[in-house]
Design a protein around this ligand. Structure first.
Ligand code: ASP
Length: 324
C-alpha cells in the first residue's frame, strides 16, 4: 500500500470514528446495589433476576425502535421492574418500621430539565407513572403522601390497597430487623430500580423507583425521589439513576454532582461516576449508579459487592450482570 492510500485510510478512520461511536439509542438499568455473596443468591434466583432485567431491556429497545421518547421508555422499563416482586420498588417494596410500604419515585428529562417526583405514597401501584404525571400535568415538581395519591387518582392512575405490596420475604426482613432492634442492613434494602435512556431524537431521561429502606421511621425519605440526589438528566451531560444508602446520596447531591463534573471539569461519564463513587466511599456510604451520556456511552459503577444491572445499545452491545 502506498503512502497516500495509507494516509487516506487513517484520515477517514479518524474523521468517522466519532460518528460511529455515536449511538442511535442506549438504555442502562439497575435493580439495586448491595452487599451480596454469590453463595447467598441461588443459581436459579440469579437467572430470575437476569431474565427480568433482560425483559425490561428488550421492552425498552422495542419502544425506542418504534420512536418512543426517552421518558416513556424510562417509565415502560421501570414498570416491568416495579411489577416484579424481585425488586424493592412497586410490588416488592420493603416495609417501614410501622409495617407499611411507603414508596418513592422520580423522573427527569434532559432536553427541558423538567422533573416530577412522589414520596411516601402507600397506594399508587406504579409510583414512576405518578412522577411522570407530576412532571407533565402539574405546576409542581415534588408531591408527597396523601396529596400525591389524590393527584394520582385524579390523573386516572391505578390505586391499590397497601396490602398489594405485601411480600413474605420483605416482611420477614422487617421482622428480623425489629427483633435485632437494629436500624438497618444494606442487604435488606436491595432492589431499588432505575433506568436512564438516550432516545432516537438525542434526548436523555432518567427515573428511579424504590420502597426505600427496611425499618425506616418518621416518614423518612431517601434520595430516590430527590432530583439531583438519586435522579438527574441534562442533555448537555448525561442521565443518571442511583441506588444505595440514600442519606449519603442526598448529602453529596450525588446525581447533580456527576452532571456538574462533566459540564465544568470535562470528565467523561465513566470518570464522573467513578469520581462520585470515590466521594461516597470516603464518607463510608455504599451503593451504585448508572448513567448514559448524549453519545450513548454507558457507566455502571458501585462500591458494593454487586449491583443488578444491564445495558443495551443500538450497535448491538448488551450486558446483564449482578456481581463485580
Ligand atoms: N436509595 C434508596 C433509599 O435510600 C435505597 C436503595 O437504593 O437501596 O431509599
Amino acid at each position: 500500500m502506498n503512502f497516500k492510500k495509507t494516509l487516506f485510510i487513517v484520515l477517514t478512520l479518524f474523521i468517522c470514528t466519532p460518528v460511529f461511536s455515536q449511538q442511535k439509542y442506549a438504555i442502562v438499568i439497575h435493580g439495586g446495589a448491595g452487599v451480596m455473596a454469590k453463595s447467598e443468591i441461588s443459581g436459579e434466583r440469579q437467572l430470575e433476576y437476569k431474565a427480568k432485567l433482560n425483559e425490561a431491556l428488550n421492552l425498552g429497545e422495542e419502544m425506542l425502535k418504534e420512536g418512543a421518547t426517552a421518558t416513556d421508555v424510562v417509565v415502560g422499563v421501570i414498570n416491568i421492574l416495579e411489577d416484579s416482586p424481585l425488586f424493592n420498588a412497586g410490588k416488592g417494596a420493603v416495609f417501614s418500621h410501622d409495617g407499611k410500604n411507603e414508596l418513592d419515585a422520580s423522573i427527569m428529562e434532559g432536553n427541558t430539565l423538567n422533573a416530577g417526583a412522589v414520596a411516601g405514597v402507600q397506594d399508587i401501584k406504579n409510583p414512576i407513572d405518578a412522577a411522570r404525571e407530576v412532571m407533565y400535568n402539574s405546576d409542581h415538581v415534588f408531591l408527597s403522601g396523601k396529596g400525591a395519591s389524590e393527584f394520582a387518582k385524579k390523573q386516572g392512575l391505578e390505586i391499590v390497597p397497601n396490602t398489594y405490596f405485601y411480600t413474605k420475604s420483605r416482611h420477614e426482613s422487617l421482622e428480623k430487623l425489629l427483633k435485632k432492634e437494629r436500624e438497618r442492613t444494606s442487604k435488606d434494602n436491595m432492589g431499588t430500580v432505575g433506568c436512564a435512556v438516550l432516545d432516537t431524537n438525542g434526548n436523555l431521561s432518567a427515573g428511579t423507583s424504590t420502597g426505600g429502606m427496611t425499618n425506616k421511621k418518621y416518614g423518612r425519605i431517601g434520595d430516590a425521589p430527590i432530583i439531583g440526589a438519586g435522579t438527574y438528566a441534562n442533555n448537555k451531560t448525561c442521565a443518571i439513576s442511583c441506588t444505595g444508602h440514600g442519606e449519603y446520596y442526598i448529602r453529596l447531591g450525588f446525581a447533580r454532582d456527576i452532571s456538574a463534573l462533566m459540564e465544568y471539569k470535562n470528565l467523561s461519564v465513566s470518570e464522573a461516576c467513578r469520581e462520585e463513587i470515590k466521594k461516597l466511599s470516603e464518607l463510608e456510604g455504599t451503593g451504585g449508579v448508572i448513567a448514559v451520556d448524549a453519545k450513548g456511552n454507558i457507566a455502571m459503577e458501585f462500591n458494593t459487592s454487586g449491583m443488578f444491572r444491564g445495558f443495551i445499545k443500538s450497535n448491538g452491545e448488551k450486558e446483564i450482570a449482578i456481581f463485580k
